[in-house]
Write a protein that binds this ligand. Structure first.
Ligand SMILES: Cc1ncc(COP(=O)(O)O)c(C=O)c1O
Length: 393
């Protein structure tokens, strides 16, 4: 079927984190703003997901559910094989309600208090809290930024990996917020350094299905058998199919010993084993029947990025648009306006009246940037940009 992503869907009275006025007041101290912050889409979900959920609701019983059913496990494994050319054993799949809680528990399982973990800022901000709030030390391998392009500082990465206290590297691939889809060559170099220095890789690939045309996403674990063994891959249908509220993700751990250790943390020590009944249904329908929707939504997102780039280039001469390669998150550099982060925040919220994610929360290198979620009807994105343009006059 042909989807209409221009359609505005009313999210009021859905307790939406992104749209609810109480939520907005809590996050931004105002609800008089248009939201483009948190990473979920304002689009209708795939029709097969909606139909499967309706069918499940009609059963009229919503008791505990279980996920180690062939329909669930095969849906995940088949998606990895079909879309990402990775053959996995269904035993490798560990359910988690989310990648953020899983990251915290991976840190608890595979490192000790006082040990060090590498991340690559500016990067998804819950990585910072997951590391620091668990008493581990943060090692920041800040990305290089030159000529509106991000690259990895490998020398710095190697130096940090060599530290005997470094136990883990949390990779964000594709990278949120800078939008890089790392090349196989870049990933191989990171993986080799980790192998040489006995550093475990947690590869957060939640955005792995959101790849723009012309780019190829390489699943970290597919690069070599050695990489596969030294990598814990975090994946989910949540970003791909706009079902984040249904809280279902999968942590793929090929190494049996590591899987046992993680299962002990997640199930025995934290009591997490019962997935959301609707999450399971949505995952199965999305992975088995959602591809047509995904291919259409990617085209729409790509056209939104094109619109945004043209708008910025034509109407905001002091703002830089960073060409994205993946995700649906635009990363804009406002540094040439000369505002402090506080001034930029006030400007967006009070003058332009748009709620974006301020770059500073993504750590070093994020200062003066803003992240805009473009997974919304184009009319909304246009309104966002007109508000910013008018506020700058
Ligand atoms: C890189 C990355 N990891 C994890 C998440 C969230 O994961 P979850 O909702 O499964 O906890 C996001 C959400 O934006 C993300 O961008």
């Amino acid at each position: 079927m042909k989807y209409n992503f221009d359609r505005l869907i009313d999210c009021s009275e859905t307790n939406s984190l992104k749209w609810d006025t109480h939520s907005l007041k809590e996050q931004f101290k105002t609800d008089d703003v248009l939201p483009f912050w948190v990473a979920d889409m304002d689009f209708q979900c795939p029709q097969p997901v909606i139909d499967a959920l309706k069918k499940r609701v009609a059963k009229e019983i919503y008791g505990y559910s279980w996920h180690t059913t062939p329909s669930y496990l095969n849906a995940v494994a088949n998606w990895m094989r079909r879309r990402h050319k990775w053959r996995i054993d269904t035993d490798w799949i560990v359910y988690s309600p989310g990648i953020v809680p899983a990251t915290c528990m991976l840190i608890q399982t595979f490192s000790n208090v006082g040990e060090k973990i590498i991340i690559q800022p500016p990067v998804y901000y819950p990585f910072f809290t997951a590391i620091e709030n668990n008493g581990r030390k943060l090692l920041t391998n800040q990305l290089n930024y030159e000529n509106k392009k991000y690259t990895i500082d490998f020398d710095d990465f190697e130096e940090k990996a060599k530290d005997p206290l470094t136990k883990m590297f949390i990779l964000c691939s594709p990278h949120n917020p800078v939008g890089r889809v790392w090349t196989e060559k870049e990933l191989r170099r990171l993986g080799d350094i980790c192998l040489e220095n006995d550093v475990l890789i947690v590869s957060d690939e939640i955005h792995h299905d959101l790849i723009l045309s012309g780019y190829i996403h390489t699943l970290f674990s597919t690069i070599s058998e050695e990489f596969e063994k030294n990598t814990i891959m975090c994946t989910a249908p949540s970003k791909t199919f706009n079902i984040a509220g249904l809280q279902i993700s999968n942590i793929i751990i090929p190494d049996e010993k590591m899987r046992e250790l993680f299962n002990n943390t997640i199930v025995n020590r934290n009591g997490i084993m019962i997935p959301n009944a609707f999450g399971i249904v949505a995952l199965i329908a999305a992975y088995n029947e959602g591809e047509e929707w995904l291919d259409q939504v990617l085209k729409y997102i790509e056209a939104n990025f094109k619109f945004l780039k043209e708008f910025v280039n034509e109407k905001l001469p002091n703002v830089d648009f960073i060409d994205p390669e993946g995700t649906y998150l635009a990363w804009l550099d406002f540094n040439r306006l000369g505002m402090s982060d506080k001034e930029l925040r006030e400007f967006m919220l009070k003058k332009a009246k748009v709620a974006l994610d301020g770059g500073k929360i993504f750590g070093p290198g994020g200062e003066g940037f803003e992240r805009i979620n473009v997974a919304c009807p184009r009319s909304l994105l246009k309104e966002c940009m007109i508000r910013i343009e008018n506020a700058l006059i």
